[in-house]
Design a protein around this ligand. Structure first.
Ligand code: CP
Length: 308
């Protein structure tokens, strides 16, 4: 793993390496303010061409815990606004001594493009590209599931909501199936499901009540209005009635089922506050786990780049 661009095609060994390394960091105090020196003398550039609260901030915390120098490029105030191309921006930042780029971009494939053009020794981590992939989110979700459920080999996981526009769902599905989860369900209206999704090994449900029956994990997704071309924009009330997670619908899952959400949440659209703030929700622990998981990812790619 010299760049992390997607969970698709990543072998189980590498997924487990990230989860195990994150667990080691946690065991050594990474969730406190403990500092490690794994990235001392290295420069991590956070390039968020699209908005973010959780991912950008936890990458910054993770890099600082590893003693890296962290540079958050202010994209709005950068020369991107004057028409500088993505690759020209990258080459200029390389000239400033970048060692690792963390990239979020609205265009699918942006992180791949950068990875193809950076100098040897520089790592690229995809922090979410368009509808394509959000690998560190999926990895922190896998860490969360393993933390609460032990392992993946006996689990039913339901991913619910706007699968069509979701880079998180795609990355979760690839990670779950590789880690041996025997039953991954997707629950969504036909209009919010990509055609051929079954080929990824998932079971499709359009009826949320049917899809939630006896699941161990409910992974909710946001209705991503900003990525819709206008073909299907359900009203909030209509969507919540059919696909909003309420205590009554959650009661169909296993009694010890956990509820995840990558954030940001739309309360009253895909999730009722009674569930989001309830005792089955692990939404804020997911955010905390994201720090150790991102430490693990940056540590591993930097280590592998150094060995090349
Ligand atoms: N889950 C997630 O990617 O959140 P942000 O957009 O706030 O980073």
């Amino acid at each position: 793993l010299i760049h992390l661009l997607t969970t698709e095609g990543l072998p189980r060994r590498i997924l487990n390496q990230v989860l195990d390394r994150a667990a080691e960091f946690v065991a050594q105090g990474a969730e406190g303010n403990k500092k490690f020196n794994h990235l001392a003398g290295r420069s991590v550039f956070n390039l968020f061409f699209e908005n973010s609260t959780r991912t950008r901030t936890t990458f910054e915390i993770a890099a600082k815990r590893l003693s890296a120098d962290v540079i958050n490029l202010n994209i709005q105030a950068s020369s991107t606004a004057k028409g500088e191309t993505l690759l020209d921006t990258i080459h200029n930042l390389e000239a400033m001594g970048a060692d690792l780029f963390v990239v979020r971009h609205a265009q699918s494939g942006a992180a791949h493009l950068i990875a193809e053009h950076v100098q040897p020794g520089i790592a690229v981590v995809n922090a979410g590209d368009g509808r394509h992939a959000h690998p560190t989110q999926a990895l922190l979700d896998m860490y969360t599931i393993r933390h609460y459920k032990g392992d993946f080999t006996n689990l039913r996981v339901a991913i619910v909501g706007d699968i069509l526009h979701s880079r998180v769902a795609r990355s979760q599905i690839h990670a779950l199936t590789t880690l041996g989860c025997p039953e991954v369900r997707v629950i969504a209206p036909k209009t919010l499901l990509p055609t051929g999704i079954e080929s990824l090994g998932v079971h499709v449900h359009h009826d949320m009540r049917e899809g939630l029956k006896d699941v161990d994990v409910v992974a909710m997704l946001r209705l991503q209005n900003e990525r819709m071309s206008g073909a299907y924009l359900p009203s909030t009330q209509e969507y919540f009635k059919h696909y909003g997670l309420t205590p009554e619908k959650l009661a169909l899952a296993r009694p010890d089922a956990i509820v995840m959400h990558p954030g940001p949440m739309n309360r009253g659209v895909e999730i009722d506050s009674a569930v989001a703030d309830g005792d089955r929700a692990v939404i804020l622990p997911q955010v905390t786990f994201g720090i150790a998981v991102r430490m693990a990812v940056m540590n591993i790619v930097a280590e592998n780049q150094a060995r090349r």
